[in-house]
Write a protein that binds this ligand. Structure first.
Ligand code: NAD
Length: 700
């Protein structure tokens, strides 16, 4: 008998004290959030919950039955009360009278808005009938890996019986919709003792008379399945055993960083994509196994899985024993093209006359023996979630293939879900991506005043940003702030000194492993110094040359190397200075280094143009607010140079400007955004002065 103490069973987290304070909709939300908080219960965005609640009709004042059910989109784990749609139960019942049969079930979706209770704007989901017609007040529909593993086994009906006995029924695969709602209802009425149903190739339905009962039944049933698989898989050979060994963590990451820009370049010609790398033990066990290829080829089963991951992953030919990554790169064109052809074949075989046009034919998931899983999508969260879904699929295949024969969904069924007109309508409703969605930017000096404003602007336009700075403390704070504002997916940080060749190269490797590549480099890290030439020590001179000239050279060179491998062009923006164009008293080292940056940018614009790499410069002047270089000696020295007190300086610069305006970090960020984005797709070798007007620095 297996040692049950080691099994990771689901814990009952229901708190009666919390529940006592909640009304019925509140209890539904409480239960939903508890269920969705554990990804073993349901995957992100997967499943739905409902409660039938007596409420006062706003028109008649009478008490009516209202179905509260998770609306279209959203995630049970993180949803709020406004994520539920509310519908009159009696109107939903009346829909049965106009139902014309399975061939017409899609038209029933159009009737759901007519059943809306209390003008609730949340759209009802296509799963609504699955809850409406079950004769129970509380219904949970979850996608637990352990139950999908049963549902995706060839003999799933017998297995369901073996594991759950009479308590849980079984229904054959059917796409969610009106007919499945009627089938569920018929089953529940015919089997009044049943507490739920396993839906073939899909998931679990459970119910109860109270919210607590439904919650506890859901947990108990999933735990029964977890226990079953634990008994069957513990100590067993899974996936036919290992035929490859995992490389060490650092090597896995380095290989991922090498491969991801190559893949990204081949699949990101239209809509750019962001990558995600996952090498958790469950992934490594699968990619190193004997059954990797045959199981991967069968495709995922639960509709939720393949809508996110595409039905099949692309398995890359890599032999971790030889470690020949170049061979993988050399074979990538062929592998990517073969996948696309295969996908186009599937589309052609399965399409209907009214099917939407073929979508992006590239793989979402890439499996690499010895290394792990790479995934790509239009933004980081989607790429990460796709990877999570494939881990769900791996867990399902692990269980199913150990206790029986794993079966994917039949190709036509998968197609009918993927290209379902209702699914297409959902995609069409999605907001337009932001202007920098799918782009990755690396910003140096990102913990400083101007760098932080630039990073914030790029993030707000949808880019993923790798923040880099020599000041690790300030960098950590900056990252935490942005993660809060924009979500942790979109931002990463790497502490690095731009004068350190190895550290710079590592920074780009980290960026590639985190996001799949880089599209935008903003070279901004800087210092300032002020001294008459006779007092300019070699230290000061070298420091300026090191951080400004050499630092800009090193990061730009590394970006060029990556851009060339990635073959998606690229945009480099240097934050130089007005002082790089206009001479300034007592700052020869700084001014000369800034002039070097500007000329370096011109040279690089020349070198990069034929591969679509643009290089431009923004010249700020007198950005005092938020800037650290204006807090120390420089401020005093500048004030002294103009015979002013330090606090008169800002006003001095404002008055000195032609436009009589102060320049802020956000003003610099706007110019960087313009140059980095497609707005400036036809500009390279240019300079934008953001200095409120200074005739001395007019370019000519
Ligand atoms: P800041 O001091 O607030 O930010 C600069 C950042 O660069 C700091 O976070 C610092 O830690 C980082 N840094 C310094 N040396 C580094 C190194 N070796 N490696 C990595 N990071 C390093 O200053 P800021 O005003 O935000 O300046 C940003 C850029 O703008 C600089 O290049 C500066 O020369 C230029 N600039 C600023 C002004 C202005 O008035 N603030 C005017 C013209 C040009």
């Amino acid at each position: 008998m297996a040692d049950l103490a080691e099994i990771q069973l689901l814990e009952n987290r229901w708190d009666d004290a919390v529940a006592a304070r909640l009304d019925e909709p509140g209890l539904l939300l409480y239960r939903s959030n508890l269920l969705g908080a554990d990804k073993r219960i349901t995957n992100y965005g997967g499943g739905n919950t409902s409660a039938k609640v007596a409420m006062k009709d706003p028109l008649s004042g009478e008490m009516v039955q209202v179905l509260w059910v998770k609306g279209s989109g959203g995630d049970v784990g993180t949803m709020k009360l406004d994520g539920f749609s509310t519908l009159y139960q009696d109107k939903l019942e009346r829909l049965k009278g106009i139902y014309r049969g399975p061939d017409y079930e899609d038209e029933m979706v159009g009737y759901l808005p007519h059943c809306t209770f209390n003008l609730n704007p949340r759209a009802a989901s296509i799963d609504t009938p699955l809850h409406a017609y079950l004769p129970y007040a509380h219904v949970d529909h979850m996608h637990p890996d352990a139950v999908i593993a049963i549902a995706a086994t060839e003999n799933s009906k017998a297995l369901t019986r073996e594991i759950f006995g009479e308590e849980i029924g079984w229904l054959p695969w059917r796409r969610p919709g009106f007919q499945l709602g009627l089938d569920l209802s018929a089953f529940a009425k015919a089997n009044p003792k049943a507490k739920g149903v396993v839906l073939e190739s899909h998931g679990l339905f459970t119910w109860g008379d109270t919210a607590k009962e439904a919650y506890e039944t859901t947990l108990r049933i999933i735990n029964t399945a977890i226990r079953f698989f634990d008994r069957k898989t513990r100590g067993a050979t899974v996936f036919g055993g290992a035929v490859a060994s995992a490389l060490d963590g650092a090597t896995r990451k380095a290989i991922a960083a090498r491969l991801m820009p190559e893949i990204r370049g081949r699949i990101g010609g239209g809509e750019k994509k962001v990558g995600h790398f996952d090498d958790q033990p469950a992934v490594l066990e699968f990619v190193n196994s004997a059954e990797l290829r045959p199981l991967a080829a069968l495709g995922t089963s639960c509709p939720d899985h393949f809508l996110r991951t595409k039905i099949r992953p692309l398995v890359l030919d890599f032999d971790p024993a030889s470690g020949d990554v170049d061979a993988v790169v050399a074979g990538l064109d062929r592998a990517v093209a073969a996948y696309r052809d295969d996908y186009a074949g599937y589309y052609e075989r399965c399409k209907h006359p009214d099917s939407p046009a073929i979508r992006d034919p590239n793989a979402v998931i890439y499996l690499v023996p010895g290394v792990g899983m790479l995934s790509f999508a239009r933004d980081k969260a989607t790429a990460r979630i796709a990877a999570e879904f494939y881990v769900n699929a791996i867990n399902v295949m692990r269980g199913a293939s150990t206790v029986g024969t794993y079966v994917g969904l039949p190709e036509q069924e998968a197609f009918d879900i993927e290209y379902w007109l209702l699914e297409e309508a959902k995609l069409q409703r999605m907001p337009k991506p932001k202007s920098l969605a799918g782009r990755v930017a690396l910003v140096t000096g990102a913990a400083g005043g101007i760098g932080r404003a630039i990073a914030g602007k790029l993030l707000s336009e949808g880019a993923c940003v790798v923040l880099t700075d020599i000041d690790a403390g300030a960098l950590g704070e900056t990252e935490a702030g942005f993660a809060k504002a924009f979500g942790a997916d979109q931002v990463r940080s790497v502490a690095l000194d731009v004068t350190d060749e190895t550290a710079v190269a590592d920074g780009f490797i980290r960026a590639a492993a985190e996001f799949g590549g880089v599209d935008i480099l903003v070279s901004n890290a800087g210092i300032s110094s002020s001294a008459p030439i006779e007092e300019t020590g070699l230290d000061m001179w070298n420091r300026n040359m090191d951080i400004l000239a050499k630092g800009y050279f090193l990061v730009a060179r590394e970006a060029f190397r990556l851009f060339r491998r990635q073959k998606l062009g690229g945009s480099v923006v240097f934050i130089a200075s007005k002082n790089g164009l206009a001479a300034s008293p007592n700052a020869a080292a700084y001014c000369t280094a800034k002039a070097a940056e500007i000329h370096l940018a011109r040279c690089l614009a020349l070198e990069g143009a034929d591969v679509g790499i643009r290089v431009n410069v923004v010249n700020p002047d007198a950005v005092l607010r938020g800037s650290k270089i204006w807090t120390g000696e420089w401020r005093e020295q500048r004030a002294a140079a103009y015979k002013l007190s330090p606090d008169e300086l800002e006003e001095h610069y404002r008055k000195r400007s032609m436009l009589k305006l102060s320049v802020f970090p956000e003003d610099i960020a706007e110019a960087v955004y313009f140059l980095a984005s497609d707005l400036a797709a036809k500009s390279t070798g240019n300079i934008i002065n953001v200095d409120a007007g200074n005739a001395q620095s007019f370019t000519r």
